[in-house]
Design a protein around this ligand. Sequence first.
Ligand SMILES: Cc1cc2nc3c(=O)[nH]c(=O)nc-3n(C[C@H](O)[C@H](O)[C@H](O)COP(=O)(O)OP(=O)(O)OC[C@H]3O[C@@H](n4cnc5c(N)ncnc54)[C@H](O)[C@@H]3O)c2cc1C
Length: 400
Amino acid sequence: MPVLPLPTPGRVEVEQWVDAHLGHLTLETDVAGSTRFFGGQRAADAALQAFDVAGYAARRNEVLPVGRRGASALSPWIRHGLLTLAEVWDHVADGPERDVRKYRDELLWQEYARHVYARLGRRTAEGLRHERAVVPADGWDRSMACLDAVVGELESDGWLVNQTRMWLSSDWTVRHGGRWQEGEDRFFQHLLDGSRAANRVGWQWTTGVGSSKPYGFSRWQVEKRAPGLCATCPHERTCPIGDWPDDAVETVAVTPVELGKVAGPPALAGPLHPESLGEPEAVWLTAESLGDRDPALVAHPELPVVFVFDAPLLSRLRLSAKRLVFLVETLAELAEHRDLEIRLGRVVDELDGRRLAVTHAPVPGFAERSSVLDVVVRHPYPWLRPPHSGSIRSFSAWRR
Ligand SMILES: Cc1cc2nc3c(=O)[nH]c(=O)nc-3n(C[C@H](O)[C@H](O)[C@H](O)COP(=O)(O)OP(=O)(O)OC[C@H]3O[C@@H](n4cnc5c(N)ncnc54)[C@H](O)[C@@H]3O)c2cc1C
């Protein structure tokens, strides 16, 4: 496959670039970026500087009006390594004690999800404790004002507050019996922060397949978190979610997954110190760690940098163009100060024969690809907490 031309920074220019080079791989036929988020280190750093944690604990669950929200909306940049959890952790240090504690708890949830994924990998696609009986379900009822507003935001911004992620996942599976994995895929296609690690933990916990109790979504939460929205709904007087969903979960046996203490470190955790087997000739950048402060980029400032759009993977996933615009905006900015090459094809073919330095990514796809490539220098993944071999049965067991 050819090396792609370098993109020019700018939303319109990047959308045109994605349309021309990746448009055959996107979910939508019309390529458009997120109405809210921009890729790139400058946007990430500006968003972090602008975030004030004061009020987070009281307002993190608010939905509407948007001005009442306390969520930081940093997740797209966190997801792609433009902001590490440690940087965000440090940024809030001077905030009010209650808000700092709550916010750091949420950062630890992200780290927990990453640790679960590093230990279990693709097994997280199955219920960790049990599975639910399912019925065919097809999406959310957009004639309801609450679901319409939230699905609309997912599709236009590529982002949702945690509260509305819980509404949608509960509605899909707990109320309507839809297969949680299909809902998770739907989220994954649209979310700029979509990760199998956090998305699967979120769905497993909300729908109860990985936790002891499912989350019930009903009108009550809409009135509390988005006051006034129900008054605009055609179903206001005959609300189909007026009552709690029946949470008598019909469970299906699954092969138990090992969540207790294990013998060694998680299979996908990677090294805790840089490992070197020789002289690299290029830095391989992955979508897990795209920031200017990526450890491999920083350690090898003189080397060219290569990023590969994984054509078979994108063809299978059919991600929203919003995600690709976000990534290309990041790459366009990087190309302003690094010698960057962007390729499209099978990762192992595109990088074949090159001696690479890379930052480890604790995901199965990276393990498979890097094992057949000539990776001569591997930098550790920037963990907030080093992965351990203790119990991951629950968040509280994990953090002990
Ligand atoms: C069904 C479902 C699916 C989800 N899918 C994803 C996903 O694909 N990617 C993703 O990053 N998060 C996911 N989450 C977790 C959470 O909803 C988002 O991280 C959060 O809403 C992002 O917005 P924020 O940056 O404003 O978060 P804030 O509330 O400002 O929190 C700051 C950071 O803490 C972390 N965080 C917060 N809440 C959680 C949580 N419950 N679990 C894990 N990390 C958390 C994120 O890194 C977030 O950016 C999901 C949650 C649910 C219930």
